[in-house]
Design a protein around this ligand. Structure first.
Ligand code: IPM
Ligand code: MG
Length: 360
């Protein structure tokens, strides 16, 4: 039975890194007769340039019909000055997340032992690191109403957003996190700002209520400012971290750097049936776009997550992950993870090396 994969290259380095992930997917597809059918569509700035809007109807429909979606990245300075937020590239990404109900965002930060020296933190602080950030992705301050930008009667401009969660949204992401914790180290840390924000007082209450259903999981709570500090002080204290949309956005970038480079961090965004979109956690990096130096591994690892979670091809995912490990063993490094004694390779050389490792 064929499975439809929609590929959305997006902007900046998006097309370059997605091209490498496609090579890897096409190789594993042939090797294991997975029956994947890949097609592409426009999103973000690329879609604005071609159609005037960041999420064209055709892309949204293709996304709805696909079994899984692989996305590069969106955004760039040429679209940032548009005062109409609806015409920003990021709206394309946020639109797919919310229209498809992709509320459960899994961001695993795993340190490949070969990269212990690529992290800006001391090797003993990060070696063996394996944490999972579970970020709520379709609610919170990213989507809360009212929101806006206006000039008040006295002529003073103001911007405003609303940080809101109802208990059902919290329970739904809480379950994803408790289940994930149950399947790994059985420790869950819920991150909030319950000393200041009512919405996170409710968040904490609901997490405590859910805990009754998961007595085998150890639950702790941490304020987000402390969590940011603990992530760089002693990151290995964490197993699974669950938090809201904005805190998760911030903490997952910090967690990414523990693994050597944000260029290594994949992610999955899942709906209630595990249908999902897969993307690297890094952005479109317009400053290095087109130079062939971006690290494609986060996107390749996202493709592996896609095979595992949405396409029922766990063995293919394992093979891709071990191919990535092999190329790191061969001392191949893109610039972001380069260190002494290693061989610097381009984006496409890295993709080719993963393909070659798959063939072994
Ligand atoms: C991420 C990104 C997005 C977000 C942007 C591009 C809208 O930073 O996936 O972490 O804020 O969610
Ligand atoms: Mg982010």
């Amino acid at each position: 039975m064929s499975k439809k994969v929609l590929v959305l290259p997006g902007d900046g380095i998006g097309p370059e890194i997605v091209a490498e992930a496609r090579k890897v997917l096409e190789t594993i597809n042939l090797q294991m007769s997975l029956g994947l059918e890949l097609s592409e569509a426009l999103v973000g700035g690329a879609a604005i340039d071609a159609t005037g809007i960041p999420l064209p109807e055709a892309t949204l429909n293709a996304a709805k019909q696909a079994d899984a979606i692989l996305l590069g990245a969106v955004g760039g300075p040429q679209w940032d000055s548009n005062p109409d937020f609806q015409i920003r590239p990021e709206k394309g990404l946020l639109g797919i997340r919310s229209q498809l109900g992709l509320f459960g965002n899994l961001r695993p930060a795993i340190l490949y032992p070969q990269l212990a020296h690529a992290s800006t933190l001391k090797p003993d602080v990060v070696s063996g690191l394996d944490i999972l950030i579970v970020r709520e992705l379709t609610g919170g301050i990213y989507f809360g109403q009212p929101r806006g930008y206006r000039t008040k009667e006295n002529g003073v401009r103001e911007g405003f957003n609303t940080y809101v969660y109802d208990e059902n949204e919290i329970r739904r992401i809480g379950r994803v996190a408790f289940e994930a914790a149950r399947a790994r180290g059985k420790k869950l840390c819920s991150v909030d700002k319950a000393n200041v924000l009512e919405v996170t007082v409710l968040w904490r209450e609901v997490m405590n209520e859910l805990h009754a259903e998961y007595p085998d999981v150890e639950l702790s709570h941490m304020y987000v400012d402390n969590a940011a500090m603990q992530l760089v002080r002693a990151p290995k204290q964490f197993d699974v971290v669950v938090t809201g949309n904005m805190f998760g956005d911030i903490l997952s970038d910090a967690a990414a750097m523990l693994t050597g480079s944000i260029g290594m961090l994949p992610s999955a965004s899942l709906d209630v049936d595990n249908k999902g979109m897969y993307e690297p956690c890094h952005g479109s990096a317009p400053d290095i776009a087109g130079q062939g130096i971006a690290n494609p591994l986060a996107t390749i690892l996202s493709a592996a997550m896609m095979l595992r979670y949405s396409l029922n091809a766990g063995e293919a995912a394992d093979r891709i992950e071990s191919a990535v490990s092999k190329v790191l063993d061969q001392n191949l490094r893109t610039s972001d993870i380069m260190s002494e004694g290693m061989r610097r390779v381009s984006t496409s050389e890295m993709g080719d090396a993963v393909v070659a490792a798959l063939a072994e």
